[in-house]
Design a protein around this ligand. Structure first.
Ligand code: NI
Length: 174
């Protein structure tokens, strides 16, 4: 396994729409990439990672919302190929979000309280996952990445500018 480079805002790869994987791409190489993404996510203490964040414009997501609180210890890793939200609840929730591609910033984002996601396993099996709570939020956040959307894109213009300003300040100081 290998730790991958995580691209940060404002890298253009984060704004690109990712492409679906074809059946013949579901091979050992793909499983290796997903394992590397998972290792990178644990190393960076994230709960989810989408392929565009490691510079790959493909519809791939890894999530683990059940890992050890200290971070880094696998809990219940999910590998999602071509994930797609097929149902959203009417109810919405507000929660604080961060992102490995928007380092050290956090903001309140509104999301659907529950979603159902259809996806393929790395072995090509079609599955549906109904989620609420933190997992539902993580799924929406990561699937957004596949369409070139960051959580800061959901903020009001003013709040977004505040986050970007702080981020740019941080970039200049490192
Ligand atoms: Ni993110």
């Amino acid at each position: 396994m290998a730790k991958l480079k995580v691209y940060e805002y404002p890298h253009p790869v984060l704004k690109k729409k990712s492409v679906k994987l074809e059946k013949e791409e579901l091979n050992d190489e793909l499983k290796q990439l997903l394992d590397d993404m998972l290792e990178t996510m644990y190393a960076e203490a994230g709960v989810g990672l989408a392929a565009p964040q490691v510079g790959i414009s493909k519809r791939l997501v890894v999530i683990d919302v059940e890992q050890d609180d200290e971070g880094g210890k696998p809990g219940n890793p999910l590998y999602l190929v071509n994930p797609e939200i097929i149902w959203r609840s009417e109810e919405k929730v507000c929660g604080t979000e961060g992102c490995l591609s928007v380092p050290e910033q956090r903001a309140e984002v509104e999301r659907y309280a529950e979603v159902t996601v259809r996806y393929l396993t790395p072995q090509g099996e079609e599955k549906e996952l109904k989620a609420d709570g933190f997992l539902a939020v993580a799924l929406q956040h990561e699937i957004d990445h596949l369409d070139g959307i960051l959580y800061i894109d959901h903020l009001s213009r003013l709040k977004r500018q505040m986050v970007v300003k702080k981020l740019m300040k941080r970039l200049k100081s490192v």
